[in-house]
Write a protein that binds this ligand. Structure first.
Ligand SMILES: C[S@@+](CC[C@H](N)C(=O)[O-])C[C@H]1O[C@@H](n2cnc3c(N)ncnc32)[C@H](O)[C@@H]1O
Length: 404
């Protein structure tokens, strides 16, 4: 059953989170909104005795929204940035300790000698930051790294990471990071302190319940490291088949805080889900049969001249990977548990790849019974394509399954 529901239009985007305390700590372009998670929690009739999994936790929307309802949730993500930000949002902070450190930071940024800071050899960092700003970033990073209190580290690192784009001659632009040489860069210290004060005020006014066992950890959704029948529900949003490469979009944050070399970033890129052309095959999808709907679309695409020869292997690889994800979801869900996937259809060479319908077909083969597809948004063809292929809109939807 497919239902179109207009009220979900904005809920599949990060729009709402931008203004919500704690959710707004770090803007993750690929997030969905708190109210979508709350809607699904109510729909699945979940309560504080239950436990939720998000195998692609991103910036931790599912985990925080569940925690605010007193429900434990576990997040998995392959990107260390995602795991870090998710965990930062789940902590119970001591305001006095933070205030004490803010004073220390204020003095540090007034006195340090910019020329003595060691900066790693990432080309991109030197390309997008003014040398003084880059030096400030690493002074703050080194100061944070010396802290022994893990929660203080979460707090201050999140503030630093969340302003990196603002102070860089660059802008996240859909699936990549665009260099913007003429961007007006605000003052580093002022920008950092505005963020820190916003975060502090969120903690002061937060009513987040922290008696849950929620946390995020590094992992791969194609091989989930939890026992069978562990979770009551899965609420998630996998990477869309839109060629967005998270290791490029978030390269500044990865280089500043998590990875040591360009080689490490490349290796991570290769290991991510095959939703972009550079990701490589990591796992063998035993038992996978190409869905009928996918075969039909591949046959059409093979007759077209696509601008990139890697697109067809990427599309095939994406569904092989998603087969593994759904197989793992079916395994770790308890009997009668629900899974909700937020996902978008895509278009290549003017042909629609009905991603959600293909996932429904795969889920069915794995013991996940399709309950409904809630259509949040319909996206039309571009005017040029409309003439050639007709207007078949691509849907962005929430696919719901139940394990029988
Ligand atoms: C659409 S985002 C999730 C956004 C999240 N729902 C939120 O609200 O912030 C998809 C996430 O999948 C992660 N990812 C990519 N490949 C993965 C894999 N093989 N296993 C786990 N996570 C992966 C990306 O790092 C990204 O954080």
């Amino acid at each position: 059953m497919t239902k179109e529901i207009n009220e979900f239009h904005l809920l599949v985007t990060p729009h709402q989170n931008k203004k919500l305390p704690i959710y707004r700590w770090y803007h993750f372009n690929h997030s969905f909104s708190r109210d979508l998670v709350w809607y699904l929690i109510d729909k699945f009739d979940l309560n504080c005795g239950n436990i939720i999994l998000d195998p692609f936790c991103g910036s931790g929307t599912t985990l925080l929204a569940a925690q605010e309802k007193g429900i434990s949730a576990i997040g998995i993500d392959i990107l260390p940035l995602s795991v870090f930000i998710s965990n930062a949002k789940l902590q119970n902070y001591n305001i006095d300790k933070i205030k004490y450190k803010i004073e220390e930071l204020n003095k540090l940024l007034s006195n340090h000698n910019k020329n003595t800071t060691l900066i790693p050899e990432f080309k991109i960092l030197h390309k997008v930051f003014d040398p003084d700003v880059l030096s400030d970033i690493f002074v703050v990073k080194n100061w944070i790294q010396k802290m022994e209190d893990k929660k203080l580290k979460y707090f201050f690192f999140t503030a630093l990471l969340s302003i990196t784009e603002k102070v860089a001659f660059a802008r996240k632009d859909g699936g990549f990071l665009r260099i913007v040489p003429d961007k007006k860069i605000p003052d580093f210290k002022e920008t950092l302190f505005i963020k820190i004060n916003e975060m502090l005020s969120d903690i002061e006014h937060s009513n987040s319940q922290n008696n849950t066992k929620s946390k995020a950890q590094i992992g791969d959704a194609r091989k989930i490291c939890f026992r069978s029948s562990s979770f009551d529900a899965v609420i998630t949003s996998p990477p869309y088949l839109n060629r967005h490469d998270y290791t490029r979009v978030y390269i500044l944050e990865l280089a500043i805080a998590f990875l040591k070399s360009e080689g490490e970033i490349k290796r991570l890129r290769y290991k991510t889900l095959r939703s972009h052309v550079e990701a490589k095959k990591v796992f063998v999808a035993d038992g996978y049969k190409e869905p009928i709907k996918l075969k039909e679309i591949i046959e059409k695409l093979e007759k077209e001249t696509l601008p990139n020869k890697h697109v067809i292997p990427m599309i095939k690889g994406y569904f092989e990977d998603m087969y593994l994800v759904l197989k793992e979801v079916a395994r770790v869900l308890k009997q009668r548990g629900f899974a909700a996937f937020v996902i978008g259809d895509v278009r290549y060479g003017g042909f629609l790849v009905p991603v959600s319908d293909i996932l429904v077909e795969i889920g069915d083969s794995l013991g996940l019974t399709h309950q409904e597809t809630l259509v949040a948004r319909l996206r039309g063809n571009s005017p040029q394509q409309m003439g050639k292929f007709g207007k078949i809109p691509a849907k962005e939807s929430i696919v719901i399954w139940k394990k029988q």
